[in-house]
Design a protein around this ligand. Structure first.
Ligand code: CP3
Length: 356
């Protein structure tokens, strides 16, 4: 079937050239030395070129839905530092928007979602998944421009973390609105979680079809739940997403990032069956290495504040993490997103340290 454009798949995007992609190799279970490296929030406010584009385009959300700008921002840290992974520039809160909530960002405060779903009832909202289509165009643009050795990462928020924002209508310290609803009306809360799972699975499948090679599930607030609720609202929904993606798009590695879960790490790893696990900076890497299966790729876990501070503290922390994970597939990363005040020179030093 040699028609014009036969090198394109049904989405109109060109397949990427065959190349050794170290990050993808590690996600598939290989160990590489030095470890591949990327940083959560590597595209963003610590970069002057990001701040310039944001000022020009008039705000963060406008950037997320502008494929030309979002692709450029995704590529900025790749050009500057040559990270092994490029992460799609978007946000976890586009899923609530697709489910019908209004989303905006209050300057200096954070996200706002309206109406808040304090009763977990989605029935008053009009879902519209077509608002997400510009994001798939961003992916197609990035993969056309990406160096052959760089892995393209997609992502979504995990259902619990997304639900904490949807219920409260904003960020909150202890996530009490969502936790209370889950106790008070678990049936309604399950319906909300189910709707997020369905929308997220479709969203990630579209990202994969557009060219994403691995995905990360951000469960930033997984640490706020009691053990039984943790199993029900963190483990089970992530597992369902993993099962769904594996059956619909087999072979795409899935990184789980359950921030702040401490001693629940082995349960999460075993029961969600993610392909790789991200750990935050509060976790002892020696302990994590002992507790996790020796073949499971681990990502992390430098303290973002150590990167901000730089100097001897930084090199010491980097050495300790690499030593702890010296025998397993390891992806170097932060324990959470890079801080806005981080000097660009410290990021360059970190890469030089890892690749020396
Ligand atoms: O990692 C990347 O570079 C890819 C892009 C990305 C963003 N947000 C861009 C962003 C990713 C993967 C996220 C994930 C995200 N978003 C999470 C999970 C990870 C985490 O940090 O815990 C959460 C909870 C959100 C929700 C969100 N988005 C909040 C609470 C905020 C406001 C707080 C803040 O840092 O300003 C955002 C805004 C946001 N998302 C920015 C960026 C670059 C800042 C936008 C700006 O002011 O320019």
């Amino acid at each position: 079937m040699h028609s014009v454009g036969s090198d394109r798949d049904q989405n109109g995007s060109k397949p990427r050239p065959e190349a050794d992609r170290p990050l993808l190799a590690v996600l598939r279970g290989e160990r590489r030395d030095p470890p591949p490296i990327w940083l959560m929030r590597q595209a963003g406010r610590y970069l002057p070129e990001y701040r310039a584009l944001r000022a020009e385009k008039g705000g963060f959300l406008a950037l997320c839905y502008d494929p030309v700008a979002a692709a450029e921002i995704t590529l900025q840290p790749i050009r500057r530092f040559g990270f092994d992974g490029a992460i799609l520039f978007s946000d976890i809160l586009v899923i609530p928007q697709a489910l019908g909530q209004d989303l905006w960002f209050e300057t200096g405060e954070g996200p706002r979602l309206a109406p808040p779903l304090l009763d977990g009832d989605l029935s008053g909202l009009i879902a519209d998944a077509t608002i997400l289509t510009p994001i798939y165009e961003t992916v197609r643009r990035v993969v056309q421009a990406l160096p052959a050795e760089t892995t393209m990462l997609g992502f979504a928020g995990s259902p619990w973390t997304v639900a904490t924002y949807m219920v409260a209508g904003q960020g909150s310290k202890d996530h009490s609105a969502a936790r209370s609803l889950a106790y008070r009306d678990p049936v309604a809360f399950q319906r909300l979680i189910d709707a997020i799972i369905a929308a997220t699975a479709d969203y990630l499948c579209h990202q994969i079809d557009a060219g994403v090679e691995a995905v990360q599930l951000f469960d930033s607030w997984a640490g706020s739940l009691a053990p039984a609720e943790f199993r029900r609202w963190v483990v089970a929904p992530n597992r369902r997403l993993v099962e769904e993606l594996r059956s619909r798009r087999p072979g795409t590695p899935i990184i789980g990032f359950p921030k702040g879960i401490g001693e629940k790490l082995p349960i999460y790893a075993r029961e969600t069956a993610v392909d790789a696990i991200g750990i935050d900076e509060t976790m002892d890497p020696v302990w994590a290495d002992e507790m996790l299966p020796s073949t499971l790729p681990v990502q992390g876990n430098l303290d973002p504040l150590a990167l901000l501070a730089g100097g001897d503290g930084l090199s010491g922390a980097v050495g300790a993490i690499r030593a702890a994970f010296a025998k397993r597939p390891h992806i170097f990363n932060l324990g959470h997103g890079i801080l806005q005040q981080t000097p660009v020179s410290h990021v360059a030093q970190l890469l030089a340290m890892i690749r020396a």
